[in-house]
Design a protein around this ligand. Sequence first.
Ligand code: XUL
Length: 526
Amino acid sequence: MGRYLGIDSSTQSITGLVIDTDGGNMELELSVQFDEAYAASYGVTNGVLDLGDGQMHSPPLMWTEALEALFDRLRDSGCDLGGIAAVAGSGQQHGTVYLGATAATALGRLDPHQPLADQLQGIFSRATAPIWMDTSTDRQCRQIEAGVGGRDALLDLTGNTAFERFSGPQIRKFSQQQPEAYAATSNICLVSSYIASLLAGRLVPIDPGDGSGTNLMDIRTRQWSDRALVATAAGLDGKLLPIQPASRSAGRISPFFAERFGFSSNCLVLPFSGDNPCSMIGLGLVSPGQVALSLGTSDTLFACMREPRVSKLGEGSVFASPDDEHYMALICFLNGSLAREAVRDRFELDWEGFSHALQRTPPGNDGRLMLPYFAPEIVPRVEVANVVRRGLGEADRDANVRAVVEAQALSSKLHSTWMGLAINQLSVTGGGSANREILQVYADVHDCPVQRFETTNSAALGAALRAAYTHGQEAGGGAGWKDLVGPFTRPLAGSTVKPDPAAVAAYQELLPRYRELEEEWAGAAG
Ligand code: XUL
């Protein structure tokens, strides 16, 4: 095996992470923050241009400049780029980059003695790229759904209903509002495939993982769907780059990067994927039934599925895994730490006090329940903040603490049943995972062991692991996914929490009551 580079092109920064699979360790991680370097020259705030009316864009030329700056930093740090056997990457999902007729030629003729951005500034047919934060395409979402035969038809075909941030609705809006610029667009890349194309010096296909964030890909065949393309924009078939398996290399690194930064001309470039699909690999989720939960401001659940199951209620998104075999489900519960902290602060507790309150109260909370919608909720859909208490006094400190955590764990159980998975392992990360009592509630509600692990940039790590996988496979006889991800995704020693049978039984009894209460107050998710 050897050394591999993963690049994560995200909203606010671009990161490079080098792993050494012989030693099973991460060697280096470096980032370029867009605001620090480019706020003045590109006018971005948090990496983004707010164009009003929900339109959130970023300049792809800035990403281009940042990629070169990242390589400068990697080289200046002493990293031996010549020893990197393959590069893969991840991009913020859904964003689209529009290229004119000269792009392919310009990419193939890069002069290593000139800055990258200077040579590529003329290749765009649209100066800015709409990104995942854009919420301006509600009308186009409805039109696309209608065009393929309705919301459920699009869900069944692509794994997702139409979302404003997804690429298809964004492309449709561009084709409607700027038909001439759309006509002058020869190719449309995603953020991921754009950065991969810079590295390869040619247009690199889109992978199925990021293709599933477009509302344009048939989730079963992992190819563009004619029906969805036709419903989205005229002539789209000829503009979108093709889809290629994520784990087949897209060729070698371009002479520009080889000469300028000392890469070997044999260094492989893989199709990049989306940041969430790459994170799935970086979190070690390569077998169905493995689930990771990030307890952050919002709580996000990632699961590895064998089949592309979908939730009719819109409880999550479904993407193809870049392992080219499985699927990923992503569910976002908005009221994560937000809700835990609201309860903690209401009773003037610190996290230790919060844990003690959990220790003092029984699993099941003697039937006392809370719906913790301190802010509007995504899953289940709750449009207005609303905290509901059932049998629970507002001033009962310990019971409120337990009620918020139990509500979150029960909700994660309830809204993950559509995945049809026997969850056999739950790996928890993020700030909330430091609290063992919280992990115990999740272990008891899901009736499976819960373990804690620490993530670095899981998207960049996942990308580097993808590079290692493909390099190994293409060299003949490389490691399989499980062996490869194992050393990089180990749980923290002594962090495993086992379910307690009595508590498991208490939650089995509580779950239907929680569901009833939720149905009373929350709408269908969406
Ligand atoms: C996922 C999504 C975000 C972006 C962030 O659907 O929109 O997670 O991928 O980079």
